[in-house]
Design a binder for this molecule. Structure first.
Ligand SMILES: Cc1cc2nc3c(=O)[nH]c(=O)nc-3n(C[C@H](O)[C@H](O)[C@H](O)COP(=O)(O)OP(=O)(O)OC[C@H]3O[C@@H](n4cnc5c(N)ncnc54)[C@H](O)[C@@H]3O)c2cc1C
Length: 432
C-alpha cells in the first residue's frame, strides 16, 4: 500500500472483481493489471515479482482464488449483511453492547427510473420491518436517550443519488421536485414508525441539491415538528462553516431541532481530480490539517448552537473526537447532548474507549450486495491507506500519539516563531 502504483493497480482489480464470473475472466484481468507493460521501465518490486510469478500456472490459480476470497472477506468486514434478515442479528448484537446503528442500503447513482423505484421500496420495507420489530426491543443506555428526549432505535441513512436517475445540478427545480416525490412517502412512513432518517452527503456537484431538498422537506407542515431528521456536513469543503451557519439559521426558523452529522468527507480524491481536470478551483481544502481545523471550527459552531441543533461527530480521528468532548465540557453541555458515529467494522478499540465513557455511540452499517457496495468499499480502502489518514498513521505507521494529537495547523505557529527568531538574530547581528 506504500507504493502508489501497486495501490492503483490493486484497486482497479478490486473494482472489477465482483462482475467477473469465470476464472478465465479473473485471470485475464489479473494479467492486465499486474503484468508489466513493455513501456514501463521501473515497475515496483512487488509488481515485478508478481508479474514474473504470473507466468507459472499454479501461481496464477492460487493468486486468483486468494484475491477473490480476500475481496469478499473485506466486504464482510465493512458490510453488515446482504439483506435486512442477515443484518438484524448483527445490529441487535451492537445494541446489546450499548451501540446504536444507522443502516444504509448500498448503492448510489442509479441509472433508471426502475432502479430508483426499487431503492425507494427497499427503504420503505426496511423502515416498516424494523420499525415494527423495534417495538419489542428493550431500551439501551446511553444511545436511546438524548438530553432532549428518547432517540429512535431504528436509524436509516440514505443517499439521494439512489432516488433519481436524472439528477442534474443545472436543472435544480425539476430534480428537487422528482426527489421530493420519491422521498415524501419514505419520510412519512419513517415518522409513523418513529424512525430516524439521515441524508448522507455525496460529491460536491450534489451538495446544493441535497441541502435544498432537505430544507424544503423538513419545513413542510407535516414534517416540521419531527425531531428525527438529519443531514451531513463535510468539513473538507471550503464552504463548510458557511453551511453550518445556514443550518443554525434554519433550525432557528424551524423551531424543532434536527441533527447535523459532521464528517470530513469521503470524496477528497474525486473532488481534487475533477477540479484539476477541469481547471476549476477545488471545492475542498488541499491540506489535510485545513480539513481537521475546519472540523473543529464547525464542531464549535454546532455544539455552541445546542439545543437548536443536535450534533453527531462522524470520525475515527482521536484528536477530532477528543476536541468535541473537551468542547462539550467547556460549554457545560450534558454528556448525552451529542452522538459519536463510526463506521461498522473499524476502530474497535476506539469504540470500547467511547463506551467506557458512557457516551452515545452509533455505527454506520452498510447493507447489501457486494456489487453495488463497491464504491463504498473503494472509498474505505482509499481512506484507510491514504498517507494522511489518522487510522493509517496510528495503526500502521505507529506514529506517537502526542504527535497525532497536536492542534491542526500547529506547524504554522512553529514557522512563525522560527521566522521571528531569525529576524531577531538578524537584528542582533546588525547591532554587533
Ligand atoms: C458514521 C459516519 C458517516 C459518514 N457519512 C459520510 C457522508 O455522508 N458523506 C461523506 O462524504 N463522508 C461520510 N463519512 C466518511 C467520512 O467523511 C470519512 O470517514 C472521514 O473523512 C475520515 O475522516 P476521519 O476524521 O475519520 O480521519 P482523518 O484521517 O482524520 O481524516 C481523513 C480525511 O481528511 C480529509 N483529507 C485527507 N487528505 C486531505 C488533504 N490533502 N487536504 C484536505 N483534506 C484532506 C479527507 O476528508 C479524508 O477522508 C462518514 C463517516 C462516518 C464515521
Amino acid at each position: 500500500m506504500k507504493d502508489p502504483l501497486v495501490k492503483t493497480q490493486l484497486f482497479r482489480f478490486v473494482d472489477v472483481l465482483p462482475v467477473l464470473v469465470t476464472d478465465r475472466q479473473k485471470l485475464q484481468h489479473l494479467l492486465e493489471y499486474l503484468s508489466r507493460p513493455p513501456s514501463v521501465e521501473s515497475w515496483p518490486g512487488l509488481l515485478s515479482l508478481v508479474s514474473g510469478l504470473l507466468r507459472l500456472p499454479l501461481f496464477r490459480q492460487l493468486l486468483m482464488r486468494l484475491s477473490d476470497r480476500q475481496v469478499r472477506q473485506m466486504g464482510n468486514l465493512f458490510i453488515v449483511g446482504r439483506n435486512a434478515t442477515e443484518a438484524l442479528p448483527k445490529v441487535l448484537d451492537l445494541r446489546s453492547s450499548g451501540v446504536g446503528f444507522t443502516l444504509d442500503i448500498l448503492g448510489e447513482a442509479v441509472v433508471s427510473d426502475e432502479e430508483s423505484h426499487h431503492y425507494q421500496s427497499q427503504y420503505e420495507d426496511l423502515i416498516d420491518q424494523l420499525g415494527n420489530e423495534s417495538l419489542n426491543w428493550t431500551e439501551v443506555q446511553p444511545v436511546d436517550f438524548s438530553d432532549l428526549g428518547p432517540v429512535p432505535k431504528v436509524n436509516v441513512s440514505l443517499k439521494l443519488s439512489a432516488f433519481d436517475a436524472l439528477l442534474d445540478p443545472m436543472a435544480t427545480d425539476s430534480s428537487v421536485e422528482r426527489l421530493k416525490a420519491r422521498l415524501i412517502p419514505v419520510l412519512r412512513l419513517a415518522m409513523q414508525r418513529g424512525v430516524f432518517i439521515n441524508f448522507d452527503m455525496e460529491q460536491f456537484s450534489l451538495n446544493s441539491l441535497t441541502r435544498k431538498v432537505f430544507r424544503q422537506l423538513i419545513l413542510m407542515p407535516e414534517f416540521k415538528s419531527y425531531r428525527h431528521f438529519g443531514i451531513v456536513c463535510q468539513a473538507y469543503l471550503r464552504s463548510a462553516e458557511e453551511e453550518v451557519r445556514e443550518w443554525i439559521q434554519l433550525a432557528t426558523e424551524r423551531g424543532t431541532p434536527f441533527t447535523i452529522r459532521l464528517v470530513k468527507g469521503a470524496y477528497w480524491d474525486y473532488e481534487t481530480i475533477i477540479a484539476e481536470q477541469n481547471d476549476w478551483e477545488s471545492p475542498v481544502f488541499s491540506e489535510k490539517w485545513e480539513s481537521d481545523q475546519a472540523f473543529e471550527s464547525c464542531a464549535r459552531l454546532l455544539l455552541g448552537s445546542y439545543p437548536k441543533i443536535e450534533m453527531a461527530a462522524g470520525s475515527h480521528n482521536v484528536r477530532s473526537l477528543s476536541y468535541c468532548l473537551a468542547l462539550a465540557e467547556e460549554l457545560k453541555l450534558p454528556r448525552n447532548s451529542f452522538e459519536i458515529q463510526m463506521l461498522y467494522g473499524m476502530s474497535g478499540s476506539f469504540k470500547d474507549a467511547i463506551l467506557r465513557r458512557k457516551l452515545r455511540l452509533r455505527e454506520y452499517c452498510p447493507l447489501g450486495e457486494m456489487l453495488p457496495g463497491l464504491s463504498y468499499l473503494v472509498r474505505r480502502l482509499l481512506e484507510n491507506t491514504a498517507n494522511d489518514s489518522f487510522l493509517r498513521q496510528s495503526f500502521m505507521d505507529r506514529k506517537a500519539m502526542e504527535l497525532l494529537l497536536r492542534r491542526p495547523g500547529w506547524h504554522l505557529e512553529r514557522q512563525k516563531e522560527e521566522k521571528k527568531k531569525e529576524r531577531k538574530n538578524g537584528k542582533d547581528l546588525k547591532s554587533l
